[in-house]
Design a protein around this ligand. Structure first.
Ligand SMILES: [Zn+2]
Length: 194
């Protein structure tokens, strides 16, 4: 007798609690969508940057002529021209420049940083190799990353003739227009965090 009167009450309680949880979730979701502070990170988590953000697929490199790609068309024209002049001369030594990264949107830069932090589980170390969107010279179109090793070594030796310099001592592949043609490259920073 006692138990049979308790069961419907318990069922009602369960229904009320479930409804309350649904209402709370709905309210939180609406708040998140209305608030730019919450919606920004949520959207970033849902959106994987693509070609329009300057992303080149892993292991893919392109030439400086691939101006149909935002990664190349987003570069500072002076940097691209200096790289083209250097590439023409490097070709005489049988060397070609393969661009592995050029211009990047701020979203791509943040995504790359987040990926690296997740991969290495070490934010401080990740920041030494991937700058924040605010500090990245890729985001402003002022940096290119190149392969192969031969091309990197060629530019390290000859880049200053075109104003091109390696700017981080831990990134042999990263070059910027950092001096006048024939000038002296500035002292390298230790890494992207420095
Ligand atoms: Zn770089």
């Amino acid at each position: 007798m006692f138990q049979s009167t308790q069961r419907p009450v318990r069922r009602r309680q369960t229904v009320v609690i479930a409804s309350l949880i649904l209402v709370i979730v709905a309210v939180l979701l609406s708040l998140a969508m209305l608030s730019p502070i919450l919606w920004g990170p949520m959207k970033a988590a849902l959106h994987t940057p693509g070609e329009a953000d300057g992303r080149l697929a892993d292991g893919i490199s392109v030439t400086l002529d691939a101006t149909h790609l935002p990664a190349i068309s987003g570069l500072d024209p002076e940097l691209r021209e200096a790289m083209l002049r250097a590439e023409t001369d490097a070709a005489a030594d049988g060397i070609t420049f393969e661009i592995t990264s050029g211009w990047r949107s701020a979203e791509l830069q943040q995504w790359m940083l987040d990926e690296r932090i997740e991969l290495w589980a070490d934010e401080e170390l990740a920041r030494q190799f991937v700058a924040t969107p605010e500090n990245s010279h890729h985001v402003t179109g002022d940096a290119v990353d190149i392969a192969s090793l031969d091309a990197q070594l060629w530019l390290i030796d000859n880049g200053s003739r075109y104003g091109l310099c390696q700017t981080y001592s831990n990134e042999r592949w990263h070059f910027e227009l950092a001096t006048e043609p024939g000038g002296v490259c500035p002292t390298m920073l230790p890494d992207a965090a420095g």
